[in-house]
Design a protein around this ligand. Structure first.
Ligand code: ATP
Ligand code: MG
Length: 286
């Protein structure tokens, strides 16, 4: 027989995990999510759809989603934002940073514990950050922990007990590795976080933080466009001179992650000539 005290006990058992981890999750989002491109809004929209699916669907008590993209593309912040937004009463972050120095078996126990704790709440979200680092994958060898990998595959495939629901949000910058390891198949869905390739997106972020006043910002953006054009024309010249084989050349363009962009904006802010500094720093990403 389940008494009222048991019920209250179960509630308090669940609560501390929430409080502790929400702070951790908030730390993943150092800056607000800036809607610098339609792609960002699409990611949030898709993510919310999976949250709703777990919340409402009778047939899918377990949904797992992988956010993947190049380093610095914003995976961690987006996953943490979605996890917090869900407002699910149990919410936990599994991060390789929090497991540095753990033995393989301690790691595995911890994974089992987080999942079994989550089953106690009617509805839960678990975020697994940097999944390839969690399994200790290294490109040299290549090596990884097969035991941790197998644990994750089992946990990602395990339905929560009847009446309980679980959303797993994981991040990775090595989608093809996860695919080779058979881990990609363990996810129900994946979402790609893109790099910034549009100058308009840079303009949006600059405006958002007011790094430059409007006239200076417009000038900065046109300087950036010129730098991209210049890089393209010198590439074309090199092709015409026969220095490169045309087949292998791609037009140059901008490619930078939001994480780096924010960092170099901060560096530029410290400089007395912020604009000059900004142009020279961002030019390395053309
Ligand atoms: P890493 O590959 O190093 O793990 P990451 O892809 O997980 O990097 P984050 O650590 O999430 O990237 O860094 C993104 C940073 O940019 C965070 O500080 C986040 O708050 C901020 N940010 C601002 N706007 C966005 C956005 N639209 N999407 C993602 N992050 C954003
Ligand atoms: Mg990350």
């Amino acid at each position: 027989e389940i008494t009222r005290d048991d019920f209250l006990g179960a509630l308090t058992e669940v609560k501390p995990a929430f409080g502790a981890s929400e702070e951790e999750l908030e730390r993943c989002i150092q800056n607000h999510i800036i809607p610098y491109s339609p792609a960002v809004n699409k990611i949030l929209k898709d993510g919310r759809l999976y949250i709703d699916q777990v919340r409402k669907s009778e047939t899918s008590p377990l949904v797992s989603v992988l956010l993947h993209g190049d380093p610095g593309s914003g995976k961690t912040a987006l996953a943490a934002t979605l996890a917090i937004e869900s407002e699910f009463p149990f919410c936990k972050l599994i991060s390789p940073d929090g497991m540095v120095g753990y033995s393989e078996s301690t790691k595995i126990n911890e994974l089992h514990k987080v999942f079994s704790d989550s089953y106690k709440s009617p509805i839960s979200v678990i975020m697994i950050d940097d999944i390839e680092r969690l399994i200790e994958w290294v490109p040299i060898g290549p090596r990884f922990s097969n035991a941790v990998l197998q644990t994750l595959i089992v946990l990602l495939g395990k339905q929560p007990p009847k009446g309980h629901r679980l959303l797993v949000l994981a991040t990775s910058s090595q989608k093809s590795v996860l695919s080779e390891l058979g881990l990609l198949d363990a996810f129900d869905a994946d979402i790609k976080t893109p790099m910034i390739e549009q100058v308009e997106s840079v303009d949006f972020v600059l405006k958002y933080f007011n790094l430059f006043e409007d006239v200076l910002r417009t000038e900065t953006i046109s300087k950036l466009n010129k730098a991209i054009e210049q890089s393209n024309s010198s590439q074309m010249a090199a092709i015409e001179d026969g220095l490169y084989d045309n087949k292998y050349m791609k037009r140059s363009g901008l490619k930078i992650g939001i994480k780096k962009l924010l960092l170099l904006m901060e560096t530029s802010r410290q400089d007395s000539d912020s604009q000059q500094r900004f142009i020279s720093l961002i030019s390395e990403f053309i």
